[in-house]
Ligand binder design. Structure first.
Ligand code: BTN
Length: 261
């Protein structure tokens, strides 16, 4: 796999110019933890592992990965302001949605950044901010995609409590996916979408997101740490926040988790 990545990056100037440092790990606890622990961070570091053993999910959950059959990668991105950082998760979910589309899989994005196919989760994104004293702000974007997992794989690990029933590309298409070709398409799409974000194409990104938004007009419950808010999902603002219609009016939520819809 390492040779494959070396060749892919050498032969693809767009990927090479964005992802300046590509680190392949045959095994790791978590690509996000590995990225966070890097002493020297730089924009465009990408870490990929064929065997992530202790993947981290959102809200302290465990993320299931299987050697060679799941995609687990983390990217280190520098952001210049809050507007960009708040849209990085949105941009990442758009890139995943577009790549899946190219592979014949229609997906929807559950706010803020779960990728669903027929209401089952095919991909999750974990973004962690990393402040450094030298004035550079980085965000670690962890991306997990279920590629060649079978139904049995998902129940094989009893550490995992699936809030949303999982699915994989193979389960959706009905045949094994060439993960190398998929990664090539994904990296290309990530570069395109992050370039749109860098050139501040915020409206286009939000409009695309809203066109592929799972929760629109649904009655949902959102967990805000220790508080639960219920309402109708109405809109996504330009900073990626969720607009909820609640009994007493309108509530904007920048960060939270939809726990039922
Ligand atoms: C979620 O939906 O809960 C987010 C899942 C994020 C999983 C990815 S896999 C690669 C990266 N490394 C981790 O430990 N987690 C993220």
């Amino acid at each position: 796999m390492k040779e494959y990545f070396d060749k892919l990056i050498k032969e693809n100037s767009q990927i090479q110019s964005f992802f300046k440092h590509f680190i392949y790990l045959s095994e790791v606890d978590s690509t996000n933890t590995f990225a966070k622990n890097l002493t020297e961070k730089e924009h465009g570091i990408c870490i990929y592992s064929s065997n992530q053993r202790f993947g981290k999910g959102r809200n302290n959950r465990t993320w299931f990965s299987k050697r060679d059959d799941s995609l687990a990668m983390s990217m280190v991105l520098e952001y210049i302001d809050h507007k960009q950082s708040s849209l990085i998760p949105i941009a990442t979910s758009i890139a995943v949605n577009k790549t899946l589309d190219k592979w014949g899989i229609k997906s929807k994005i559950k706010w803020p950044n779960d990728i669903l196919v027929n209401s089952r989760k095919i991909s999750g994104i974990l973004c962690e901010l990393d402040y450094l004293p030298n004035n550079k702000n980085f965000i670690i974007v962890g991306l997990g995609i279920n590629i060649n997992n079978s139904e049995a794989d998902f129940v094989s690990d009893n550490r995992i409590d699936y809030k949303i029933s999982p699915t994989s590309m193979m389960m959706e298409i009905g045949e094994k996916i060439d993960i190398r070709n998929f990664i090539k398409d994904l990296l290309n799409q990530l570069v395109i979408t992050y370039t749109d974000l860098k050139s501040r194409q915020f409206d286009a990104l939000i409009n695309y997101y809203k066109d592929h938004w799972h929760d629109m007009d649904k009655k949902i419950q959102v967990s805000l740490g220790n508080k639960l808010v219920e309402g109708i999902a109405k809109d996504i603002k330009k900073d990626g926040s969720l607009v909820l219609e609640i009994d007493s009016g309108i509530k904007e939520i920048l960060a939270g988790e939809i726990i039922s819809s």
